[in-house]
Design a protein around this ligand. Structure first.
Ligand SMILES: Cc1cc2nc3c(=O)[nH]c(=O)nc-3n(C[C@H](O)[C@H](O)[C@H](O)COP(=O)(O)OP(=O)(O)OC[C@H]3O[C@@H](n4cnc5c(N)ncnc54)[C@H](O)[C@@H]3O)c2cc1C
Length: 391
């Protein structure tokens, strides 16, 4: 007999959310977490679209700041300013929020085992082998890999995910150098399709980070050069963080035999921004439906529905975001500067302010196609490739 109906590998925000859904339904859920403390170290900028409130429980105490808009900076300094009347995004205290989600899962009946690193799993039998526990083995009817970008569960049936390196500093600016209602995003061909961000956490503290296909050393060099600026002359770096962001891979298998993958383990991140919380939480809901159905019907093959449903839900948006990502990657700084100027002259700030959405970018792209703006900023071939996505 299995020890658990479901073993969730990883008590990250997505794994804990999924575990809660299943425990609420009365399933016996075990969460194996390799760390002794959930949520640390911080590996996130914590910026998340306002939709999060519709997708998960987010008590106000975990919202450090509300963001109304963004300044988008081209390499040579053209700035697009976009904003909304209502908050568009929240800056979360990710460490506290991750702990909260794990505690919530436990409150609903899930068993959280800290210091339990999964070494490998058998996706055919449902056996889960732990490291440093005298080769302890537990078993489950369903194994859920929510163990991040280097998922041991994914390794059983996928190639390791490609990743972007990310580096981030928590900076005390010393003065109110930034309007805390706005984030700043900087593009540069050196780091495309990644970018550099400034995310205000409070009136005087900001998270300054970057992600790219680069080494941590190269990224911190760029961050240090960026901070070597008059604007930061009173600033001090309070903390340094690093992490990895999986590159979204449409070919990745996210369910096989008795297992499914969730969140970063499934590379469920937005190709354009690397953000993973919204898509991870959406997928947790879809996965809960599929796993519940498979267990109630005692038909493990029904787990396949999870992958199919995710594909149906995300395919259009993600294909479009992948195209945008490819276009950014192919642009030189000169191209980027020209594009920003044309966008500014073509009234893009108002359009982005109206149609822009952190998580779903296709309405904005469609609007840009409709108005002809996209054709004016991109060579004909590229804009045709994008417009073909809707055919
Ligand atoms: C620098 C940086 C900035 C980011 N900024 C944002 C942002 O602003 N907005 C946003 O939406 N997203 C952001 N992301 C992405 C976001 O952090 C992830 O998408 C999110 O954490 C994914 O959650 P998860 O639960 O899938 O995985 P994770 O948060 O990675 O959790 C995985 C858990 O599994 C555990 N684990 C791993 N291996 C094992 C094992 N073998 N056995 C047991 N446990 C294991 C880990 O210890 C961890 O607790 C950022 C990422 C980085 C690196």
């Amino acid at each position: 007999m299995s020890n658990y109906d479901i073993v969730v590998v990883g008590a990250g925000p997505v794994g804990s959310t999924f575990a809660r859904y299943m425990a609420e339904e009365g399933f016996k859920v075990g969460i194996m977490e390799r760390k002794k403390d959930v949520g640390v170290p911080l590996q996130c900028a914590g910026l998340v679209g306002k939709k999060i409130k519709k997708l998960n429980i987010v008590p106000d105490e975990f919202i450090l700041n509300k963001v109304y808009g963004a300044y988008l900076h081209s390499p040579s300094g053209t700035v697009l300013s976009v904003s909304k009347k209502e908050p568009e995004a929240y800056v979360l205290d990710r460490v506290a929020y991750d702990k909260f989600l794990a505690e919530l899962a436990v409150d609903k009946g899930a068993e959280l085992l800290l210091n339990h690193r999964v070494d490998h799993v058998d996706i055919k039998t449902g056996d889960v082998y732990l490291k440093n526990h005298e080769n302890k083995k537990i078993s489950a009817d369903v194994i859920v890999g929510a163990d991040g970008y280097a998922s041991s569960v994914s390794d059983e049936f996928n190639h390791p995910s490609k990743t972007f390196q990310a580096a981030q500093y928590l900076v005390d600016t010393g003065i109110d150098a930034f309007d805390s209602d706005y984030v700043h995003l900087y593009v540069d061909s050196k780091i495309s399709p990644g970018f550099l961000w400034i995310i205000p956490v409070s009136e005087s503290q900001v998270r300054i980070g970057i992600f790219a296909e680069s080494s941590y050393q190269d990224l911190t060099k760029i961050l240090n050069e960026f901070l070597d600026n008059e604007k930061f002359k009173n600033a001090s770096i309070l903390k340094k963080y690093q992490g990895f962001i999986p590159v979204y891979d449409p070919k990745k298998e996210i369910s096989k035999d008795r297992s499914i993958l969730l969140g970063d383990a499934a590379s469920q991140v937005k190709p354009t921004t690397g953000g993973g919380l919204i898509m991870g939480f959406r997928s947790a809901k879809i996965a809960a439906g599929a796993v519940s159905n498979a267990l109630h019907s005692q038909d493990i093959q029904l787990l396949e529905k999870y992958g199919k449903e995710c594909m149906k839900k995300y395919k259009g948006e993600l294909r479009m975001q992948l195209e945008v990502q490819k276009i950014f990657q192919s642009m030189t700084n000169e191209d980027l500067d020209k594009m920003f100027l044309k966008l500014k002259e073509g009234g893009a700030e108002a359009m982005i302010s109206e149609y822009g959405d952190m998580d779903t970018q296709s309405p904005l792209i469609k609007e840009m196609l409709k108005s002809g703006l996209l054709f004016s900023i991109l060579p004909g071939m590229l804009s045709r490739r994008i417009s073909n996505l809707w055919k």
